[in-house]
Design a protein around this ligand. Structure first.
Ligand SMILES: Nc1ncnc2c1ncn2[C@@H]1O[C@H](COP(=O)(O)OP(=O)(O)O)[C@@H](O)[C@H]1O
Ligand SMILES: [Mg+2]
Length: 329
């Protein structure tokens, strides 16, 4: 009988199975956000998801796509942060052979691959102004040009953008175009930070305990009231992503059925690099923790993690193996 472990979040995300049912929340702030996202799913207008890292912009984008009229077509994500301008444009628009050094064959970009579906412009605040201008034509006129090509191609995509940056101050500095902003801002959805909706913490903890107990083959059934109040009081700079990491690590390391205050305090210190109580660590621990953190922040997108770490993908895989880092559920 094959191992019937539940799918990990990254497996679900990659397989495109995210639905609104999986987005947990009981707080008024989160219920408002979910209800706005559900209305956006009924429309084809561009969406702008604004929220700190780890608040759920990616899962909301995918839930909107899956609940809408384009659900049978692709959902493509482009990470606009950190990529070299030319590579980013080539990823989006595609290129012809010889368009730039290293372009040895014709390649379609995401605008073509996402045809009929949704293009999720993640970290949209990092898109250079020249690319923003080209994307306006895509949203407004459904037209674009491959790099190195004069003739225009047409595409039919729905744009969803996500950002953790303050687009208003970027606009004030002239780094984000007003005309691009107004086009994306059709449905502006604020995704609240976890510390502003503490009612959601017990609900999320409960679900994460079940998820990680199953994945880790553990029998952890609950969190003591004191441990829960530590979790509720904490301010979660990394939001739900950090909460997932904390519960995963705690479940993986406890021997008891109940999670107690000291277990939570210990993992919180580890997950928060700013904590003054963290004992001095070995270089290997620092490297393991930092690589784990970058992998968590990128949802285990190794290409993206390798870019942030400025090492090759092969080098990243080697380190993951050597440092015995395992992918969370
Ligand atoms: N409301 C929620 N309910 C359940 N899981 C959530 C919720 N919000 C975020 N998550 C989980 O937290 C992690 C980070 O979410 P993500 O959508 O990648 O955040 P962001 O894109 O804002 O950085 C993911 O593993 C996601 O499944
Ligand atoms: Mg994200």
């Amino acid at each position: 009988m094959p191992d019937q472990k539940p799918l990990s979040f990254s497996e679900i995300y990659r397989s495109g199975l995210v639905s609104f049912d999986m987005i947990l929340g009981v707080s008024k702030a989160m219920l408002d956000t979910i209800s706005q996202a559900k209305s956006a799913a009924l429309s084809d207008a561009p969406v702008l998801l604004v929220g700190e890292t780890g608040t759920g912009k990616n899962i909301l984008a995918q839930a909107i796509h899956n609940a809408g009229g384009r659900s049978k077509r692709p959902f493509c994500e482009v990470n606009c942060g950190g990529l070299h301008e030319m590579l980013q444009e080539s990823e989006l628009f595609g290129h012809t052979r010889g368009a730039f050094t290293g372009a040895d064959k014709d390649r379609d970009g995401l605008l073509m691959l996402a045809q009929g579906g949704t293009l999720f412009l993640n970290e949209v605040g990092d898109i250079p102004a020249s690319t923003q201008k080209k994307l306006i034509d895509v949203i407004e006129y459904k037209k674009f040009r491959k790099l190195g090509q004069d003739i225009e191609s047409t595409t039919n995509i729905r744009a969803i953008a996500g950002t953790n940056r303050d687009l208003d101050s970027l606009r004030a500095k002239g780094e984000f175009r007003d005309d691009f902003y107004y086009r994306l801002n059709c449905f502006r959805i604020e995704v609240p930070a976890l510390r502003k909706r503490k009612d959601d913490i017990p609900v999320l903890v409960d679900s994460l305990l079940r998820e990680f107990s199953a994945r880790e083959s553990k029998n952890v059934s609950g969190v003591s009231p004191k441990a829960m109040s530590v979790l509720v009081d904490y301010d979660w700079p990394g939001n739900v992503r950090q909460l997932r990491f904390v519960i995963w690590r705690t479940v993986a390391t406890v021997d008891s059925e109940m999670i107690e205050e000291e277990h939570v305090v210990e993992t919180l210190e580890l997950s928060d690099a700013k904590s003054p109580n963290t004992p001095l660590a070995s270089l290997e621990e620092v490297e393991r923790n930092y690589i784990t953190k970058v992998l968590c922040l990128t949802n285990w997108n190794k290409t993206r993690a390798a870019e942030i770490l400025r090492i090759s993908r092969v080098g990243l895989n080697r380190r993951i193996h050597a440092l015995r880092i395992s992918e969370p559920a």
